[in-house]
Unconditional design. Structure first.
Length: 386
């Protein structure tokens, strides 16, 4: 199979699997005091240090979770509840309309607990409008959340530090979903100026089931599980030692090859997009406007006149895996909320496919895609490639 769906999940890197293997058959409880338990604890703490190093945080700021969704929920729900406990007047939660469902739905769930959930419009690139963002960060705001790199279009919110400064100056906590950014571009927790940051390993060569919420020193979140008090009381549950070791290994590998891999993938993506534009009349790339920064790993393209789901099925029959958008929304008939929020018509959203690249992507994969996609588009659209 030609795998062009790395934004949904990445294959586990060989070095990561090698690091995990000794811990898969047996690993003691990392909270146990015997020697086997102490060995597991050492492995977990080494992974914590590796993740912290990748994003410019301190190990004490890393709270391990089962992945990005749990990290987003702990940030949005736990952070908002903690803010309201400190100041009962803070009852507003602000998110953008370009957020991942894990953030949007977590914010909406707080409405049942007496919060106001406010979703801010975004511009045509999927970025929050600074004036709207600042206006929403009033004295009653508990938390704001703005995604760092969009999982569908790859657009990077380069203005996040400025937005975070405005929100924090108003007394609000600031969270960013960096799930799609970490491991693909440099991410520095300190420079972003946020209080909370979500990440997960399976987006950059690690295993599923291992992620983290980065919690700035001095910031409190209300735990979302009751239990044994692991992760300094912020996330209860026995640690998945093998998966966390894999997350740490992925962080080490990612840090060592970040710049070179980004340059390689950007060149492949740019060649792919140029080839698509030359072969498919009217094709447009979402988020590729002037001055917009995108992740080097993704192309979200409107293929006019063709139903995306039909194209996906045709590609799959030829052994090519791609997607129509966020994997978390796959299987639904609803058009992408993110793309609609940027102003695309429902028709264009239904004609959008996402091709995302990673460690296993090679030049010959781009060649194969450039042969197959225009041909299958022409069949689906009843058109002729250029």
């Amino acid at each position: 199979m030609l795998y062009a769906d790395h934004h949904a999940t990445t294959p586990v890197a060989p070095g990561v699997l090698e690091a995990m293997t000794p811990w898969l058959a047996f690993s003691a409880n990392a909270s146990s005091v015997h020697s086997a338990g102490r060995a597991a604890r050492i492995a977990v703490e080494e992974a914590r240090s590796d993740v912290a190093s990748l994003i410019g945080a301190s190990p004490a700021e890393i709270v391990f979770t089962s992945g990005g969704t749990e990290a987003d929920n702990l940030a949005v729900r736990g952070g908002s509840l903690a803010a309201r406990e400190s100041n009962p007047e803070r009852r507003r939660v602000v998110v953008t309309m370009a957020e991942h469902p894990a953030v949007r739905e977590a914010a909406r769930s707080l409405a049942r607990l007496g919060f106001e959930a406010l979703e801010l419009p975004v511009d045509s690139s999927g970025l929050p409008v600074p004036d709207d963002f600042e206006a929403a960060c009033g004295p009653g705001t508990a938390l704001v959340s703005a995604i760092l790199a969009n999982n569908e279009t790859g657009v990077v919110n380069t203005g996040l530090p400025a937005l975070a400064e405005k929100a924090r100056s108003a007394g609000a906590l600031v969270h960013t979903d960096a799930v799609q950014a970490v491991g693909k571009i440099p991410v520095d927790f300190g420079l972003l100026g946020v209080d909370l940051l979500s990440l997960t390993g399976h987006k950059f060569g690690g295993p599923k089931g291992a992620g983290a919420l980065v919690v700035r020193k001095g910031i409190r979140v209300v735990p979302q599980e009751s239990g044994g008090g692991q992760e300094k009381g912020r996330r209860a549950g026995t640690e998945n030692v093998a998966a966390l070791v894999g997350l740490g290994a992925a962080a080490r590998l990612g840090a060592s090859r970040l710049a070179a891999e980004a340059a390689r993938l950007r060149a492949l993506r740019d060649r792919f997009e140029a080839g698509l534009r030359a072969a498919i009349p009217g094709l447009s790339v979402n988020g590729a406007g002037p001055g917009t920064v995108r992740l080097p790993t993704v192309t979200s393209a409107v293929l006019p006149g063709a139903e995306g789901e039909i194209l996906l099925a045709a590609l799959d029959l030829e052994g090519i895996a791609a997607s129509s958008g966020s994997a978390c929304a796959a299987g639904t008939t609803k058009p992408s909320a993110v793309l609609l929020a940027t102003g695309l018509s429902p028709e264009d959203v239904r004609s959008t496919l996402r091709f995302s690249f990673g460690r296993t992507t090679r030049e010959e994969d781009v060649d194969r895609l450039l042969e197959a996609v225009p041909r299958l588009w022409a069949r689906a659209a009843g058109a002729r490639p250029a």
